[in-house]
Every structure is written in C-alpha cells, then in structure tokens.
Design a protein around this ligand. Sequence first.
Ligand code: PA5
Length: 462
Amino acid sequence: MIKLDYKNVDKTFIGEENGLEIENVFNEFQYKIAEIISDLNKRKDKPGQWLQWMNLGYSEETLWFVKEYAAIVKNRFENVLVLGIGGSALGGMAMSEALLKPYWNILSEEERDNNPRIFFLDNIDPDQMCSLLNTLNLEKTLVNVITKSGTTAETMAQYMIVANLLQEKLGDDYRKNIVVTTDKEIGLLRQLANQEGYKNFVIPDDVGGRYSVFSAVGLLPLALVGIDIDEIINGVKDMDLALKNTDIRHNIAAQCALIHYIYNTRKNKNILVMMPYSSRLKYVADWFVQLWAESLGKNIDNDGNKINTGLTPIKSVGVTDQHSQIQLFNEGPNDKIINFIRIEEFENSLEIPKIFEYTGIGYLGGKAINQLFNAEADATKMALLDFSRPNITITLPKISGYYLGQLLYMLEVETAIAGALYNINAFDQPGVEQVKNYTYALMGRTGYEDSANNLRERLALT
Ligand code: PA5
C-alpha cells in the first residue's frame, strides 16, 4: 500500500510555532473522524448525495463495456483525441501521463505496442486547437467527447468543430470516429448522441466531474491506449477497504485531511503545495489542485454561514521547481503546508559516467541519476525543516496502475473528509456554474437574455 509520513509536522521537528502535537490532535478528533467516515459510507448509496464515486471501483459492468469497446476499435485508429475540460479531462490526463511511457506521442508504433497516441484538448485556445487539428489525421482519429452536463460551451464548441471536420472527410461514416461519455439522460450531448447514434458511455448519477476518474470518463481513454484498467481498479478497491477503517491512526486519508484542516484553521497556513518528485505525476498534481480547489473553496457552510473557506492548492514538481518556487517556500511567508509524493523505485536507472574526474563535477560520476534525484528530495525536505516549514510525504513503492488507483482514490476520500471537517458541501461548484452561465449569456444562448443585458451594462462600466 502507499504510505504516509507525517513526522515533519511534529513540533519536535519544526518547533512550537509551526508544529503540532499530532497525537493530541488525533485524540481530539478521533470521534469526529470516525463519525465522518461512517457517515460517508452510510450515505454513499443514497441518491442525491453525490457519493456514487465511492462505488466506482465496484462497477464490473463499466469495466466490461470499456474493455469490450477498446478491443473492438483496437488497431483502427492512430490517435485518440479527448475533448473535455476540468473534471472531464484531468483524471485521464493525470493517469495516462503517469502510466504511459514518457513522450508517448513521439514514440514509434512499435514502441507503443501498436496503441494509438493520445491528445487531450482541455482548452479552446485557437492557436493550440488549429495546430492540433491541422496536424492530426482526423480520419484515423477516435474522438472521445466527455461532458457530464452535456452543455459546457468549451467542450460543445470543440465537438461542433471536430464533428464538422470529420463529416467533411468521412460523410455519414464520421459517426464511427466519435465516442461520447455523458449523462444517461440530461444534456444536449445526450440528445445528440441519441439522435446521431454515437457509441456512448454513461457517467453514473451522483458522480461529479472531479470525482469521475474511475468511471468511463477516465477509464475509457486509458483503455483505448492499452493501459490495464483492471490493475487501476484493484488499487481503488484495496484503498477503499483500507479507508473504511474509522480509526484515524489507520486511515491515511483521514490523517491527511485532518493535518491540512488543522494547519489551515489553527496555524494560519493558507496554501497546500502538492509536490510530486516525478515528472510523470505532474498532471496528478494538476488533477489534485482541481479536486481540492473546486471541492473546498466555498462561500458558505452547510448551516448557511458565510465562511469563504479553502486552503489554496498549488502544483510544484520536484526537482524542477526547486529552482523556481523553493526559494519562496523556504524563505517567504510561512503560510504553506507541503505535500510531497515520492517514488521508492523508478522503472529505469541511469548511471552518471565517471568522466571529468579531475574536475569539480567528478563527485557525480559513478552514481545513479536516481541517487541524485532522491538526494535532491531529501535536501529539499531538510531545508524546509530548517525554516520550520511543515511537510508530509506520501510514498508509492513504484509508479503503476495499482498504486495510482490507490493514490487518486485516497486523495478523493481525503477531500471528502476535509469537506466534512469544514462543514461544507464538497460536491457542488456554484462558483464554476456562475462563470458557465455568464458565458452562455454572453454567447447568446436562449433563456439567458436578461443575464446577457445585465452583463453587457456592467461590462461597459468596467
Ligand atoms: O469537477 C467538475 O464538476 C467540473 O470541473 C467539471 O468537470 C467541468 O466544469 C466540466 O463540466 P462538464 O463535464 O459538465 O462538461
């Protein structure tokens, strides 16, 4: 199992002002945490609770349908193009970047074991879109359109552009190049999928975008490029069993949630840094940032009190950002808690040759690059301690589907537990919806006329 080390929040290591008496904190919160975990598990099957993501690891049906379709289309496409944004894109991006060989899209077909390349278009930047669409051979591209609401303007605009291009090239056959992942009933994409007869996958009820990585939203793109999704789901299930433990001393999601909550509410930390020491996990940090920010940045609590809560998540990648953000983390405001992710064993090892021994860089020769990587991570941790900066470390034995399944599921449960500690709804996103609605209004969607007039008047003043 993945492990958590929270020694470096203890006041014996980082001092009274920024440290915790962690055993006392666990004692103080053990009943509350047990209550939260039992409550989540009790409510998870009830409609309207938005907790169906806790059951995704057990959906044999989804696994079966996804694998069946992936087998049918195998060898038919050179590329997979995912159209989606936010929770509809980040899970697939995080998992594929972690689990595929690095630089996948520029590897030869043989090196990719005849699996397609994969592209995620999670923005509508016109330059980026044009360049990608001009580069891909669309006739040989399977397009997976993903949207839970089936209405998001960015995804729908991308879909309209790509569907039109496909129609021009393939006529009626264009449908074979589109697979849709959306709600079973609601939304414009559902209507279109039914009308056009696209192959489609359902996002289950009560699964929000940012909690959907283990539904067809994340699993289908992964299966299409040959990733073993059973292995991922095995990791999810094993972690789910472990996290049913209501004893905080044996539940790493609860430990992480509580540590972050206490630092935010009692120790004036406002920033959570997610820092994997692995380039392959850089989108895992992006995925976590979205999960945490949209779930926990809330205006009001469950009792209607205005609280404007949230510990701002930011991404940092080791070792790269040692040469960028670490200066600020060490010497800037002591307002952060740093969450490292470390990998025990990398797939590869690379020896630094014993050359230039007579020069100042000779000390590196004969050592593995892995040793340097780990030394850098240890050096960062120690420097943070010198400056009394609290940090915790999650360790994965290696990068694999099994451990990634564990990690992402654990982070989802952590977020849900943190939501309960803050007494907020961690499963809605009114702040996001407001921007979506304003966009619909400004773009002339029917039903949004009053809002459009109001916005135009206000925009003229600013
Ligand atoms: O997590 C969320 O709910 C959001 O980030 C959504 O995933 C994002 O806004 C895209 O929405 P949709 O999947 O409805 O297109």
